[in-house]
Design a protein around this ligand. Sequence first.
Ligand code: F6P
Length: 355
Amino acid sequence: MATKRVGILTGGGDAPALNAVIRGAVRRGVTVYDYEFVGLRLGWRGLLEKLTVPLGLPEVEDILELGGTILGSSRTNPFGRNAEVEVPQCEKNFKELGLDALIASGGDDTLGVARKFSDRGLPMVGVPKTIDNDVAVTDYTFGFWTAVERVMRSVDELRTTARSHERIFIVEAMGRHAGWIAAYGGMAGGADYIFTPEQPFELDDLAWSLRRRWEAGYHYALVVVAEGAEWKGREVYQEDVAKDEFGHVYLGGIGLELSKALGKMLAPEFGRKTNDLTRHVVLSHLQRGGSPCAFDRILGTRYGAGAVDLIATKKYGYMTALKGVDVVPAEITDAVSETKMVSQDFLDLARNFFY
Ligand code: F6P
């Protein structure tokens, strides 16, 4: 008989290398500690509705390079509107499933739920996941570098058509509260302008800089903008837009709006038609789907194995974190108490390349 029965769930937006985490945990748990695993489907919904799948060595074979998560994901929040029913239901199910511990891999929302259950006495450990890389306490969440690669490649590819047609391209990247993907992807792709939620920008300043760029003879530009970038004077959050179970509004649209505004403002000055000077590309879930890059595969593997080590040492309420080159334990409470923002130094460096 196995020494412990461990549940694993993946919650929130998926991220490349979630399967590396699952594989890392199961391989280490089975071979080193003689644990058995049970997969909970669709994030916290799996615990709420007892949606389980077998999770042994055969199930984690050949999944390392697979994007998404073999367990599925959702943004179900048992501590949401129906908490008085759903929280005790989850606790009851935890017992009925015979779980000794649960590994929850997710961003601040999923980890926040794990922390709340942990405060109520359920043995939980976390694995920080999000392409947004905005979870505090860890240097990187897995999935981030894959998203950065995707943005970089897109900027590389758009540069050739931008130059050929003398156009301004706006590339909208993910990142609602912090602009890690836009900043790092934009920097790697040599974007001419990068805008993120950390630093509000003004349309007039961008237009002024683009005029200088044109005057200098560079008749094209690549602008990378995070979906949650703060454009002074633009209403980003509207009251009536749809929200998820954690209360986040669905973002998107800044790329199109910026493209239209710049076209209207600059096309006549540049001797172009309003609808011809600018184009926008929303990278959206192309940043999230598909196979993980090498860094994320390794980080995911280390995080999965590390989560099992946390269980073995009874470090409940903790998650794995990357500090420099080491995977270390960190309190989930510290991770969910703030959003990790891109440093001012990095944003200043990006600004060096504005015209
Ligand atoms: O949490 C990661 C993230 O990729 C955000 O950057 C983005 O706003 C959100 O997920 C969109 O996810 P979905 O379309 O699955 O709701």
